[in-house]
Design a protein around this ligand. Sequence first.
Ligand SMILES: Nc1ncnc2c1ncn2[C@@H]1O[C@H](COP(=O)(O)OP(=O)(O)OP(=O)(O)O)[C@@H](O)[C@H]1O
Ligand SMILES: [Mg+2]
Length: 255
Amino acid sequence: MSEVIPEPRTAGDDTAGRGTAQDAVPLLELVDVRAGYGAIEVLHGVNLALKPGSLLALLGPNGGGKSTTMRVCAGLHPPTGGELRFAGRKVNGISAQDAARLGVCSIPEGRGIFPNLTVRENLWAATGTGARLEDLEEKAYARFPILDERRHQLAGSMSGGEQQMLALSRALGTDPAVLLLDELSMGLAPMIVSRMYETVAELVEGGLSVLVAEQFARAVLPIADTAALMLHGRVVAAGPPGEIEDRLSSDYLGG
Ligand SMILES: Nc1ncnc2c1ncn2[C@@H]1O[C@H](COP(=O)(O)OP(=O)(O)OP(=O)(O)O)[C@@H](O)[C@H]1O
Ligand SMILES: [Mg+2]
């Protein structure tokens, strides 16, 4: 299988993406990134580029390395080789706090909310970066009115969809430039997944750059600007969603 690596960006390149800054340096870029757990390498040279104001879907079957890639991007897992770049600057070894300060925000697999806190307390816990609770609540409840009704409910007792809405509201409270979303669809009914991705698409329209890891390609391909297929720790193809969809065998295409 030949590797298709995203080309370095050149002036006038307008092949993908709805963002306006088509000539811009990728906000987030992985160049030949290697990473692993102990002595076992699981990323064997990953190449990815997230353009400003676009949505990049990272697809592929279980164990391919999607979550590990997301953790590397979030500063939660150090690369052992290659380069992690934010806005063109090499930041290998960056801490999660510093990545957050640069505007990178992540919703991990499993949502990363506090189940024993209420909705409101969960939003409050996201004010650490300087956001005001009132602003966070106002935005969250406007976007997802159900969270308003649930504001005093323990997050862990809510439905999966409601929990994902809370996770998204918490993440957006920090006003990030880059959002990393790992398996948004996990455990959710297809209708809820569509609803969540509609919200994500609106955020991208508003200028946010989003990297989504998804096993279920069908959920995210319709709103993606670019897609990348990850197999066995490598991105084996990247390009327009239609092209990548053609490369996904029915084995890899979820849904
Ligand atoms: N904490 C860990 N310790 C050891 N190995 C790990 C750890 N996390 C992941 N791995 C291994 O790294 C490889 C890549 O896993 P990763 O979770 O990145 O894949 P994924 O593409 O996100 O899979 P999925 O679609 O199931 O979420 C797998 O072989 C996995 O077993
Ligand atoms: Mg995963």
